[in-house]
Design a protein around this ligand. Structure first.
Ligand SMILES: CCCCCCCCCCCCCCC(=O)SCCNC(=O)CCNC(=O)[C@H](O)C(C)(C)COP(=O)(O)OP(=O)(O)OC[C@H]1O[C@@H](n2cnc3c(N)ncnc32)[C@H](O)[C@@H]1OP(=O)(O)O
Ligand SMILES: CCCCCCCC/C=C\CCCCCCCC(=O)OC[C@@H](O)COP(=O)(O)O
Length: 284
């Protein structure tokens, strides 16, 4: 059959239109697009935040500005964040928040419950993440060099003083790194030493597994639901450094139990198929 010469052009144009549509509809392409947009959007928001924060200089109060600018992310990504237990936050005193760390998406849950005058402890590399690094610095985020244990420990010791003298709270991810395996890694003890040194309570926060909507290994990122539980504060008054291992293990164990409980209705897949808690149970 002879085709009208213009038909080839029309077919080619249709193909050109169809290919990107297919590409964007493929789940893994969607995953890359959504993650790229997530990081790009945060970098863009940080550009807007910098001049506003710079007016006050480096100040923990700037964290409120970052929080307000990031709260809409959950709507953009169709993630329903359900929070429980915020009444457990001690009213007006310094404390150390510890929470599990699955992905950079933790920012969604974190911003949902972030208390006033609370700054995260972050790896030093984040400082070099362009506008986001500068915005974090302006908001008083505390940076540690994970490759130099001694330096990281002395920063944490300084933080113990700052907690008390400047009435701030800190947010630590005691796993020390993102953990995509659907469970929790063994806890590092820095946060617990910090709380014991400052003699302030520890407030554990657990975010449920993301596996029903997010799996890095499978390149899957859809809309979904995440639960954030603020647990009762754990006092450290009268504890000494010798008590830190038991304290860290105890808090880790309670968090793991809650993590398993609130993640149990999630579906699985690949590494994300693992029963929540399997890796953690072996180690905590
Ligand atoms: C518009 C929008 C703009 C963008 C907005 C974005 C805003 C939000 C930013 C959020 C950023 C969040 C980023 C998250 C991260 O970066 S997580 C990674 C960094 N965090 C951590 O690593 C914290 C957890 N780690 C620890 O607590 C570690 O213990 C650490 C202190 C870092 C040291 O680690 P490491 O070198 O691996 O050593 P060990 O843990 O093995 O510790 C060695 C021994 O030292 C003892 N120890 C630890 N701390 C202390 C201390 N303070 N005092 C005394 N002793 C300490 C520890 O117990 C070990 O001894 P034992 O084995 O117990 O005998
Ligand atoms: C609570 C998550 C905070 C996310 C901050 C998002 C900022 C995104 C802006 C720019 C993108 C480039 C920087 C990406 C940095 C991602 C931050 C992050 O999640 O930290 C990871 C850290 O914990 C542990 O690092 P590793 O898992 O050991 O490598």
């Amino acid at each position: 059959m002879e085709l009208w010469p213009g038909a080839w052009t029309v077919l080619l144009l249709l193909l050109l239109l169809l290919l990107p549509t297919l590409w964007f509809c493929a789940p893994s392409a969607k995953y890359f697009f959504k993650m790229a947009f997530y990081n790009g959007w945060i970098l863009f928001l940080a550009v807007l935040a910098i001049p506003v924060c710079a007016v006050r200089g480096r100040n923990v109060e700037n964290m409120k500005i970052l929080r307000l600018m990031l709260l809409h992310l959950k709507y953009l990504y169709g993630i329903r964040v359900e929070v429980r237990g915020t009444h457990h936050f001690p009213a007006s005193q310094p404390y150390v928040v510890v929470s599990n760390h699955q992905s950079s998406l933790d920012l969604l849950g974190m911003m949902e419950v972030l208390p006033g005058r609370c700054v995260p402890i972050a790896k030093r590399e984040l400082l070099w993440a362009g506008s986001a690094g500068l915005a974090c610095w302006l908001a008083g985020v505390i940076f540690i060099d994970r490759k130099r244990t001694g330096d990281a420990i002395s920063v944490m010791s300084e933080v113990a003083q700052t907690l008390l003298t400047q009435d701030v709270r800190v947010w630590v991810f005691p796993e020390g790194t993102r953990n995509h395996n659907g469970s929790m890694l063994p806890f590092k003890r820095g946060a617990f030493h910090l709380a014991v040194q400052a003699q302030v309570p520890i407030v554990p926060i657990v975010m449920s597994s993301y596996r029903d909507f997010y799996c890095k290994k499978e390149r899957r990122f859809t809309s979904g639901r995440c639960q954030v539980r603020v647990l009762p504060p754990v006092p450290t008054e009268g504890l000494t450094p010798d008590d830190v291992p038991a304290l860290a293990d105890g808090v880790g164990h309670s968090m793991l139990t809650v993590f398993q409980d609130i993640s149990s209705d999630s579906r699985g897949g690949g590494d994300c198929l693992k029963t929540p808690g399997v890796a953690g149970e072996a180690r905590l």
